[in-house]
Each structure stands twice: as structure tokens, then as C-alpha cells.
Write a protein that binds this ligand. Structure first.
Ligand code: ADP
Ligand code: MG
Length: 188
């Protein structure tokens, strides 16, 4: 269910020098998943958040862990449909059966009241039961913009940040630079 084939081995750590490679390699052992901890990749577009989330997800699959990939809006839509069809329990059971759920791109699109409540329900379900890896362009302080509600966001962050590895990814977009640094800065 991953949107692309990305591996840790293809990730150019020199393109984003502020990123702690050791921490990422530690995450790739998947111990954090076994401990039901979460990972949040925060940073601007193009810095490799999705790449690393896919790479970790694939690594987990290789280790026999059960992984499911959603975009934030995709998950909100699945919930909305499940509510209409009265199959939310089924959806939540399917979620509970996973060891890791990856949620990509939280923050690009406001979720609306229902979407926010559904995602809140999702995080509550996962709390201490299922590991979550999340990518977002927004620092936690701006999450109320997505969820539209300070209190809901507070309660959600409380659940998510219980045991979380926050990976801040600061750097230039790899899409825009085309991995310039990897090529020795030739295009500077
Ligand atoms: P984000 O999710 O942060 O917007 P992506 O992970 O989608 O960024 O990265 C954009 C593209 O650039 C993808 O094709 C990704 O594989 C590639 N990319 C980003 N950073 C790196 C990197 N450090 N090394 C190799 N490829 C990278
Ligand atoms: Mg992305």
C-alpha cells in the first residue's frame, strides 16, 4: 500500500546535514514499533519526510510487522465512509490489527470538524496499542489550524506525544535542488 518504493539505502543523508542519521537508523530497527512508540517527521515540503516514512514502513514489513499506509485526508475519508456505512468498528478493528500505521501529510488540508473528530478517534484507538508514524509540514503549535479546535488538538497531542520520537527535518527541498549536494554542489 505504499505510494512509492523508497528505501533508507537510497536516502542521501548529506542532503540534510541537520538530520541525525543515527536516530533514523535506530528507528529502522523497528524497536520503537514493538514498544508502541510513535514517530513524527516535521518539516517543509520536499525534505524527505514521506521517503523516510515509506522506508521505515517497508523495513517494518520485512521484519514481519503489519503495516498500513494512509494519507491524513485518506484516513479521514475512510472514516467518513465507514460512518455512513456503519462499518466504523470494522475499520477500527482492521487498524488495531496493525503494528504500525503511517499517516502521511497531516496539515496540508484542513480536516473539517468531522475529519478532526475522526482522526481524534483514530489516535485514541492507537494509543498504546498501535505505533503511528506521521509526517507533517506543521509544528505541533500549529496543529489547531488543522483540527480546528484547541481542546481537541490538546487531547490528541496528549495521546500522540506520550511516547514520541520527533524528527525535525530542516533543509532545502530535495525536489527543487535535485539533490545538488549529493552531486558535489556542481549546480551552485
Ligand atoms: P516530503 O514528504 O518531505 O515533502 P519527499 O519524501 O516526498 O518529501 O521527497 C521528495 C522527493 O525527493 C522524493 O522523490 C524523495 O525520494 C526525494 N528525496 C528527498 N530527500 C531525499 C534525500 N535526502 N535523499 C534522496 N532522496 C530524497
Ligand atoms: Mg510528503
Amino acid at each position: 500500500c505504499f505510494p512509492a518504493e523508497k528505501e533508507l539505502g537510497d536516502f542521501d543523508f548529506t542532503a540534510i546535514p541537520k538530520l541525525n542519521k543515527k536516530r533514523i537508523l535506530e528507528l529502522s530497527t523497528c524497536d520503537f514499533i514493538r514498544k508502541r512508540e510513535c514517530g513524527v517527521f516535521v518539516g517543509p515540503p520536499g525534505v524527505g519526510k514521506t521517503h523516510l516514512a515509506i522506508a521505515l514502513g517497508r523495513e517494518a514489513c520485512r521484519r514481519g510487522l503489519r503495516v498500513k499506509w494512509f494519507t491524513a485526508t485518506g484516513l479521514a475519508t475512510e472514516y467518513a465512509e465507514a460512518r455512513e456505512e456503519r462499518t466504523v468498528l470494522k475499520l477500527e478493528r482492521a487498524i488495531e490489527r496493525r503494528d504500525l500505521i503511517v499517516i502521511d501529510e497531516l496539515g496540508y488540508v484542513p480536516l473539517g470538524q468531522n475529519g478532526a473528530e475522526n482522526l481524534f478517534g483514530f489516535f485514541s484507538k492507537c494509543y498504546e496499542r498501535t505505533s503511528v508514524v506521521l509526517t507533517t509540514n506543521l509544528p505541533f503549535s500549529q496543529w489547531p489550524q488543522v483540527f480546528g479546535d484547541e481542546r481537541l488538538t490538546g487531547a490528541l497531542l496528549d495521546r500522540l506525544t506520550h511516547r514520541v520520537h520527533v524528527i525535525e527535518m530542516k533543509g532545502e527541498s530535495y525536489r527543487l535542488t535535485g539533490g545538488r549536494r549529493r552531486k558535489g554542489g556542481a549546480s551552485d
